[in-house]
Design a protein around this ligand. Structure first.
Ligand code: AFP
Length: 338
């Protein structure tokens, strides 16, 4: 393990991730598990930076269990995380967007981890934002390592959640329950350095993120809410809103965490078998914990995301998260009882 303070390229002494985790008195097994996630993400970041030179662009011939075509980088990222996590003695089981079922690890491991190895796959080939999202829970003693019931824990039980955003710089945003913090990868030293401590999301916003092309499939109430945002000063909201959409939750949530906003992926009636798009275990729950620990709010259309009792490994939920007052306004429009 490296020493806690690093002289970074900007010429300042900064706290590295592992010193920060020691300051937060995070237990050693969890720190070791996080080291595996970090090592995998640094490998992924390197390949992302190399792009076509690393031969990581393009699609495979395969589909994952969700019926989505896998990209080479999805498969590579999943394999890197899987190999490093299964080699960690503290991991009892893993669940991944790219794995049909739970993969058992060490039967005495204290933790389980769910992850989306490469969120925003459609951005890979256009050099856009992509990321890795993860969610860590304590393993349940009376349940077998390969039993998916290990993962049927509410989001409130997460011991740690985070994402690594592979953008112009590589960022780790993480919470172990004591605030949400951001670390920037100093590529010259291979070290994540603390660059934003105790992030606080503004309670109000004038920015929203939603895939507008789906509006004909939303509920009437959701259409009404978005319509009033679009009407701006001329509508009943009385202020103008701006719209942004990255098509990678990790990029959109990072913007919300950085400067406020509301991010929505509502339920829709495009496909009766799939009333929502985002996955509870490795997209909605970790993002909800990061958002709440930064002072924001994260709901589906009926309840707090972190209170949802998971029923299945790859289940999907509607997501409305971000600046507290705006999320509450949206929930009023759609008739959610808060
Ligand atoms: P992948 O996990 O398959 O890369 O999908 C990304 C995603 O689940 C999420 O990150 C985005 O918010 C959303 O899909 C984008 O969906 P649209 O295709 O509707 O823009």
């Amino acid at each position: 393990m490296q020493s806690g303070f690093v002289f970074c390229t900007a010429g300042k002494f900064m706290i590295n991730l592992f010193q920060h985790l020691r300051d937060e008195t995070v237990e050693a097994p969890l720190v070791q598990l996080l080291e595996s996630v970090i090592n995998a993400s640094k490998e992924i970041a390197f390949r992302v930076r190399q792009g076509a030179l690393a031969g990581v662009l393009g699609s495979t011939q395969d589909e994952n269990i969700q019926g989505e075509t896998q990209k080479h980088l999805d498969v590579i990222s999943n394999q890197l995380l899987k190999d490093l996590l299964l080699a960690c003695p503290h991991v009892r089981a893993i669940a991944s967007e790219e794995e049909d079922t739970v993969v058992a690890g060490n039967t005495t491991g204290e933790f389980i981890i769910a992850f989306d190895p490469l969120d925003g796959s459609s951005n890979i080939d256009i050099n856009g934002q992509i990321g890795t999202i993860f969610s860590i829970y304590r393993a349940q003693q009376n349940i077998a390592a390969n039993d998916e019931a290990q993962f049927h824990q509410q989001g409130t039980q997460q011991a740690c959640a985070g994402y690594v955003l592979y953008g112009p710089s590589t960022l780790l945003v993480i919470t172990t329950g004591k605030g949400t913090h951001a670390f920037t990868l100093d590529a010259t030293q291979g070290t994540f350095l603390l660059t934003a401590k105790n992030i606080q999301i503004p309670v109000d916003t004038k920015e929203f993120a939603i895939n507008m092309s789906n509006q004909r499939f939303w509920s009437e109430n959701m259409r009404g809410y978005i319509n009033d945002l679009v009407l701006g000063e001329s509508g009943q909201r009385g202020k103008n809103f701006n719209m942004r959409w990255n098509a990678a939750m990790v990029g959109d949530v990072h913007r919300v965490i950085s400067r406020g906003g509301i991010f929505l992926y509502p339920s829709d009636n495009r496909n009766p078998k799939q009333p929502a798009k985002l996955r509870l275990l490795y997209e909605a729950n970790p993002m909800a914990l990061l958002i709440e620990n930064a002072g924001g709010k994260a709901w589906n259309e009926h309840q707090r995301i972190l209170d949802i009792q998971p029923q299945a490994l790859h289940e999907r939920v509607a997501v409305i998260l971000g600046s507290e007052n705006e999320v509450e306004t949206c929930l009023k429009y759609i008739g959610a009882k808060q």
